[in-house]
Design a protein around this ligand. Structure first.
Ligand code: ATP
Ligand code: MG
Length: 571
């Protein structure tokens, strides 16, 4: 079995071999033939019109990952050619998120808008070479002239203007003489091309919009297809890796670079974008969820954004592991969110300290435990990791356990507390349920137990075994804390094919806020700290709403791993 077949690329505990993929095959071929002198230069080119999401993380891991693997470079480039939707808030958040994921661009942070002057000169060069013209068709006419996949397009009546006339008009477009949208600059390519993008694509438009970097200097802005390839060439990118939807744009990418005196001609390579079930990844939709208050913000822990996942308790390691596992393919697919959850569980299992927290309390009185007595119980921070140390938890006569851990009439295979039954209170004592106290309506209000003082630590000297171990907190010492339980943001798995308005698929139960009772040591936990609450899941101190001594916890993920089951079934 080679490493890629094992799925994890692990050949031994300490050697990590990343599996190959078609992008790496391509790069290795280029290195064999000494193309670009064997250099590997990639870039991650977000448009600053929203926050980064888990799909971007895939692209970030690929681009920065390849640069690292081949001792190359990866630039961070803001693709900021559409000022009406872009903002510095996004520019800042993107930098923060890429850094948080564990990648650096050193001093190679660029903006496509840095190249506006050069792009303008390139456009004039195309005009002078008879390869671009100023067109006055309006958008409807342009659509009509473009033709369809079956029918060739028609040439614009403005197509045969002389270079001099075009140059004069283009300069006047730049000077602000014409109204927004009244004219465009188009590449003169081929109205009969099988590639619709090659049918004289627009490369400049008139748009009076304030740009977050160039201010009001420009009233014409270059289009993506013109800007992107030239930005890549200007930066000396060798492999321009993008998502599949740009495959049809590749002829245009190459055409522009072939017409102009650029020093390098990067190779565009497309891969399948990440789709994740039970969520949406369109920035337009994510922005709408924020603006229409379906979520509390871009960093709402239910969002698939990097900042949302961070606030939820995901670690950079878990996200990078996820991106490694999903691999790089050429065909679109839907990834089960269970796999992302599996990755964070694996990571947090290794390093999140354990804590006792009761989320749905049922009071237990230990009737033979001396009133007023308090003991310090010793507990492992992380079992199987002696370096993580131990902590003390107060134990007293009255404790809370989970409602779920008691049944008055226990079904088969229910091994937790029930009348007459003995269970282990984790790290503390064996207790036996003697009595159930109910209110007038028959609702259980508390349980009375006795404990065996000889079982401190959880084992009995006479070797008797109990089947159940449950967690607990001392009523008097525990701290009340807000706990936020999250479910999928949408109820429908495949949101790409969901019918009707995507907002009608929102999960009304995606957030449940409850009061939990936590062991007192957690009061001081700082924001972002992660814990495994014994038997209930991984939780993280909320980075926005927690106050000193008053932590708010976000459930990152439950302990139930649906993914392992899926993997077993498939494997
Ligand atoms: P739009 O262009 O519609 O605003 P976008 O998701 O393409 O949205 P960009 O900011 O242009 O956003 O994306 C930056 C980079 O991240 C691009 O190279 C893009 O291909 C890549 N990317 C975006 N979404 C995904 C995804 N779901 N999976 C993998 N890569 C993605
Ligand atoms: Mg894009």
């Amino acid at each position: 079995m080679n490493p890629s077949e094992s799925g994890k690329g692990k050949v031994s505990a300490d050697i990590q071999v990343k599996p190959s993929n078609f992008i790496k095959d391509r790069i290795e071929e280029d290195r064999r033939t000494n193309k670009n002198d064997g250099r590997v230069a990639t870039r991650f080119p977000p448009e600053p019109n929203g926050y980064l999401h888990i799909g971007h993380a895939k692209s970030i891991c690929i681009n920065f990952g390849l640069a690292k693997e081949y001792n190359g470079t990866c630039n961070l480039r803001f693709d900021d050619t559409n000022p009406s939707k872009e903002d510095v808030e996004y520019v800042d958040s993107i930098q923060e998120d890429v850094k948080w994921l564990g990648f650096t661009w050193d001093d190679r942070m660029y903006y496509a808008s840095d190249y506006f002057d050069r792009l303008y000169e390139y456009a004039e060069k195309l005009i002078m070479d008879g390869k671009a013209y100023v067109c006055e068709l309006n958008p409807d006419q342009m659509r009509e002239y473009r033709g369809t996949l079956k029918e060739p397009g028609k040439e614009s009546p403005y197509r045969n203007r002389t270079p001099e006339e075009n140059l004069d008009l283009f300069r006047r477009m730049k000077a602000g003489e014409f109204a927004d949208g009244s004219k465009t600059l188009r590449a003169k390519i081929d109205m009969a091309s099988g590639y619709i993008v090659m049918r004289d694509p627009v490369i400049y438009r008139i748009m009076r919009a304030h740009h977050h970097r160039t201010g009001d200097k420009w009233c014409i802005y270059p289009m993506y297809d013109f800007t992107h390839c030239l930005s890549d060439a200007i930066e000396g990118i060798t492999h321009s890796i993008c998502t599949l939807e740009f495959e049809n744009n590749r002829p245009l990418y190459d055409w522009v670079l072939d017409q102009l005196p650029v020093k390098t001609h990067p190779q565009q390579i497309e891969f399948a974008r990440l789709n994740l079930n039970y969520t949406v990844m369109s920035k337009r939709k994510l922005l709408q969820l924020v603006n229409e208050n379906f979520v509390s913000g871009w960093d709402d822990p239910r969002m698939p954004t990097i900042c949302g996942l961070r606030r939820r308790g995901y670690t950079p390691e878990s996200i990078r592991d996820f991106c490694d596992r999903i691999g790089v393919a050429k065909a679109d697919s839907m990834v089960d969110v269970g796999m992302l959850e599996h990755c964070v569980r694996e990571d947090l299992n290794k390093r999140a300290p354990r804590a006792m927290a009761v989320l749905d309390p049922l009071k237990v009185v230990i009737t033979n435990y001396p009133e007023g007595q308090v003991e310090e119980i010793t507990a492992d921070n992380i079992p199987d990791n002696p370096e993580s140390g131990k902590r003390k938890i107060p134990f007293s006569r009255e404790i809370y356990i989970e409602q779920d851990d008691f049944r008055e009439d226990p079904p088969n295979k229910f091994f937790r507390l029930a009348p007459g039954r003995e269970v282990r209170l984790k790290y503390a004592y064996l207790v036996t349920c003697q009595n159930v106290v109910k209110d007038a309506s028959g609702k259980i209000t508390e349980i009375h137990c006795t404990y065996d003082p000889a079982t401190k630590g959880g084992d009995s000297p006479d070797g008797r075994k109990v089947k159940g171990t449950i967690h607990w907190v001392s009523v008097q010492h525990s701290l009340e804390a807000e706990v936020r339980l999250y479910e999928h943001l949408f109820v429908t798995a495949d949101m790409n094919t969901a019918e009707g308005d995507y907002r009608s698929h929102l999960n009304p139960k995606s957030l449940t806020v409850i009061k939990g009772y936590i062991e007192p040591g957690l009061a001081a936990a700082s924001s972002g700290t992660k814990f495994q609450f014994e038997r209930t899941g991984y939780f993280c101190v909320d980075n926005a709403d927690s106050k000193p001594g008053k932590p708010v916890f976000n459930r990152t993920v439950t302990l139930k791993d649906s993914w392992t089951k899926i993997e077993k079934k498939e494997g």
